[in-house]
Design a protein. Structure first.
Lengths: 437, 437
């Protein structure tokens, strides 16, 4: 997120009307803690990957009301509220899990502490960022896991909102994807940008008269190799895959980087294409497959000679779970734990932290959630998950995307083996709330 | 979209590498038409609502490469390509369906005509905007239809990317929603902003000692009514709905605007609350329900005394179909129709337009898609869907959100009755490709 992005209006109206009412009756200055957590994982998922924390922390500094924003809310707020917003800058504390940590139902992934006034206004922004980025990272991690070491590329920008696409590329990279097609994401976050050509480029070389699809395809391949070199990836399924591969090698030679197949039965085609490439002496030419891949399709291609997966729709839309279901709940007011009593939405009051227990092998066994100041007694193998992220409005450490990416990989490596299964199941480890002593 | 938003990097890398190769071999200047269409509707849907056209048309003017954008792509493009981008401004023609039109499989909702160079670079931006906005509007229209005249409010910002939230509010409003919780959407697009308070505001009024939840709730309600007036909506399910309603009327009096119920069996609660409000003399106090509503839940509450629906997650995520599946395909090159021959992805070549046939009653019966310049012979009741939107890079008319909203309502009114069913089914009308004569 660039520093100049105005974010204060990316907010639900009720946050400001609540602020107005709280300023009027004096409760706005009460010291509160809000907690971000998911009551459950998406249906059948065994773990989630926390993402967006870095984007959120950096956006807090941009959450200020300039003249334009103040004018936009002036019609429904009273002068004291407008005065408050004019001088607003979050000055509270934020604690939470590091970005890239796995999470489970009830994990207190983020807690925001400050006056009610300064905490309540951040609700929508915090949830928008965390719900989106976490949904994408959680799906992406399953794909990376299913790919079992083969690189996976994110190329779904066109399937999601143009700005969400940039954040989706970041979240997928964080979860272990190798790169993205999205130029803004590459520019903003330093993610490797990857891309070669589309069917349109081959069809562009259509000419009238007696020429054939082979002529057109060879002309297109020739132009691409001239521009990008023999290490490029040629898209071979515009007309006929077998002809496409023959044309690719005829034009680029046996040192062609890769061919891409974007349609058809990818497993069958990958095997045929591998054999054809080998016959043509192009033993080092890779095979990239794409076309409606998700984690299940990726897993289904494990035995096939595929070198790289390109994933679009399913990763940017969270593979069936486009939002992570995180909520932002008031858990403490002036030191008093508070909770709602409506059925099915019970949240446990009080400001909380968490630690995760592991066997000596490193495999995690349980997550313990406890009231801050009342840590449970644990033996060795306990790792604190909650860390200070912001103090008095100041970011303690700059978000580090590479570190988050490494954290996801370490988290997946530490899951019990059943936790990595793609099939529907229970959370990989239980989350247990430790009663305050 | 504000004029200053840089959009040129919201693009897949391959568009620029294709551009580079096409500039090198001279094909970049070929006159092309790209067509945006959906091969199918989301599973079981009977119609789609085209949205995003206005946002896309306005963004085309912002699609320029400033110094920052050029620097971001300088490492992988050659000087002629960078020179081309430095002077880039789309100068072609755009035709298509007006925003808010219904569409069906194969409807040529947008066509972009110009040199290959200027058309290819718009692919990702066009698809991102149309796929996102159309997915939301298509889901939203089903909810509006299910609500059968009762107002529906969009309050899903927190469940989707912070910028997608703004566009989602616009798409939902276009489809007939009454308003949004999102302040930026209200500011940018003039959509009514709606919002009152959350559970946190009630819990904020927790105090220690002998006080009760009734005390806290009455304090919160009192503060809200003092700030927002008796016409406000009080959230009554923080502790106990029956007590909440009693507290609400005790504090605000029988002229309270509305109460909101956000959890539990909404149908049962709505009936109980209606009876309780009537008993308390609050016959004009409305009932707002929210909490994981989608089109099916809305329809299921039709017989209950509900006045307003608040919808979050399901509308901003397209209610199971978070992307519309639109594609951007090259259909014509220098006057030659072109098409891909891969299985399952056949697109019909040539620049096309469409019209829709209707009975004298206004009920539509069929959509005819034809090559531009070869319109089919039709009797009365044929309505042209394709209209000129941009000529030589100049927008012909400013996008009009209100007009688009009226178009959706008219479109739904003209569907055959089975087309409005929420159940899974075939497209409401067939789309037929008329062979060129």
């Amino acid at each position: 997120m660039t520093a100049a992005t105005p974010v204060a209006l990316l907010t639900d109206k009720y946050e400001l009307t609540m602020l107005s009412a709280a300023l009027r009756d004096g409760t706005a200055s009460r010291l509160t803690t809000f907690e971000v957590f998911a009551r459950r994982l998406p249906d059948g998922r065994r773990y989630g990957v926390l993402a967006g924390t870095g984007r959120f922390l950096e956006s807090v500094a941009d959450f200020v009301f300039g003249e334009g924003a103040l004018a936009a809310v002036a019609d429904f707020l009273d002068p004291p509220t407008l005065d408050y917003l004019a001088g607003f800058r979050f000055g509270g504390d934020i604690d939470g899990y590091a970005e890239g940590e796995l999470y489970f139902p009830g994990s207190p992934v983020l807690s925001i502490t400050g006056t009610f006034a300064e905490c309540v206004v951040l609700e929508t922004l915090a949830l928008s960022i965390l719900n989106h980025d976490t949904a994408v990272a959680s799906a992406a991690a399953r794909m990376v896991s299913a790919a079992a070491g083969r690189p996976v590329i994110e190329m779904g920008s066109r399937r999601t909102h143009e700005q969400a696409a940039v954040s989706a590329a970041r979240a997928a990279y964080l979860a272990g994807f190798e790169g993205t097609s999205n130029l803004e994401a590459s520019h903003r976050y330093g993610i490797p940008a990857i891309g070669t050509s589309a069917h349109a480029f081959t069809m562009l070389h259509t000419t009238a008269g007696d020429s054939t699809t082979d002529d057109w395809e060879r002309a297109a391949f020739g132009a691409q190799v001239a521009a990008l070199g023999e290490g490029t990836t040629l898209l071979v399924d515009t007309y006929d895959v077998r002809s496409g591969v023959a044309n690719a090698i005829a034009v680029a030679g046996p040192r062609l980087g890769a061919v891409r197949i974007d349609s058809g039965d990818l497993g069958v085609l990958a095997r045929q294409v591998r054999a054809q490439l080998d016959d043509l002496g192009a033993r080092d030419t890779g095979i990239v497959v794409s076309g409606d891949l998700d984690e299940y399709a990726i897993a289904g291609l494990r035995a096939e000679p595929v070198d790289t997966y390109g994933v679009g729709t399913s990763v940017v839309t969270g593979s069936g779970a486009p939002t992570a279901g995180m909520v932002y709940k008031l858990v403490e007011v002036d030191g008093l734990p508070v909770r709602k009593r409506s059925s099915h939405k019970q949240s446990h009051g009080g400001r909380k932290a968490a630690l995760r227990l592991a066997r000596p092998s490193g495999t995690v066994t349980e997550e313990l959630v406890y009231r801050v100041g009342a840590p449970p007694e644990t033996g060795t193998g306990a790792r604190e998950l909650t860390r200070p992220l912001m103090r008095s409005g100041e970011l303690l450490t700059r978000p580090d995307l590479q570190a988050a990416r490494e954290r996801v990989a370490a988290g997946l490596a530490g899951l019990p083996w059943e936790g990595l299964a793609l099939s529907r199941g229970e959370p990989a480890i239980p989350t247990r709330l430790v009663p305050a002593r």
